[in-house]
Design a protein around this ligand. Sequence first.
Ligand code: ZN
Ligand code: ZN
Length: 361
Amino acid sequence: MSSSKRFQSLSSAITKLHVDYLLITHLPNIRYLCGFTGSAGALLVGGEPVFFTDGRYTEQAHKEVFGARVLIGKKPPLPAAVEWLKRKRAGKLGIEGDHMTVAAEARLRALLPRSWRPRPTSGVVERQRMIKDAGEAELLRRAVNLGSSLFKPILKALRPGVPETAVAAKLEFAARQAGAEGMSFDTIIAAGPRSALPHGRASATPIPRQGFVVLDFGVILAGYCSDMTRTVALGRPSAKERGWYDAVLDAQLAGIAAVRPGVTAGEVDEAARKVLKRNKLAKYYTHSTGHGVGLEIHESPRLAAGETTVLEPGMVLTIEPGVYVPGQGGVRIEDMILVTKTGCDVLTPTTKELITVSHTA
Ligand code: ZN
Ligand code: ZN
């Protein structure tokens, strides 16, 4: 989709908000709308879109920005945008309430003439970003494929005594060598009893001889994030552990099967949760079933109990139920999926059969 189409959809949203301009300061929203990837900028949308940045980004802004006029200010982007607004008649200025700090808002109010009223808005660009166009879906597919390609090779690093951080380091090194711009989030390598921590970031704890290892990681490629989780067993899993794994896999498959246009995000969560309830494991399922992914690792919608967002083709979501038994261990399985007209495509190609890592050496 071209930038002008994105601006067109946004301007109809702005009209409904009853503001004259929307000042966009959240960098992923700026990137989505006009392509700028730098770290300082503001985008004013209402009339002709105007992008403000400072002298450090002169060359980059002229190269990257499309669909908006580029103004390189002597002042930082926010005061530069105010200067520009002052030349307009008074009006209502929407700001991104989810992102602008209290301090920045106070600064803005102090700089603006009284005739301008900043009004917080919420999730305006984010709602648009929920539906990925074909170009974005392709970029996400590439990120997912790169991320998935790292999984099998990293299993060799899972040897008793090796710290979780060393496993994470190998994974991240391989990601960068394969062309990743960075990781989508702090890599989770959680082994043995630590696998019961849903967000067990890799620690100095050594890999044990027995138990589960949860590997949850993602890469950023062309700005788009991937996110996947697999859980592997060290040595032979016990019957109880096998039971947890099978239940989580069934729940994950039920979540995927529930995805199609017209169902709500909450219904997908319910479909996965029901399977764990049936297996008497629901009390160990302590988080929601998934989230949108795109330029950011956590985007709308959230697949959580009671969420009423209706799924639409083009949404890219994770499905990631888990079971976490304190002091013992945990299992999570996570794929990324693309909602299609009739259901969904699972983007993550990695097997979900339980892999056993043996360490005879
Ligand atoms: Zn994840
Ligand atoms: Zn996730």
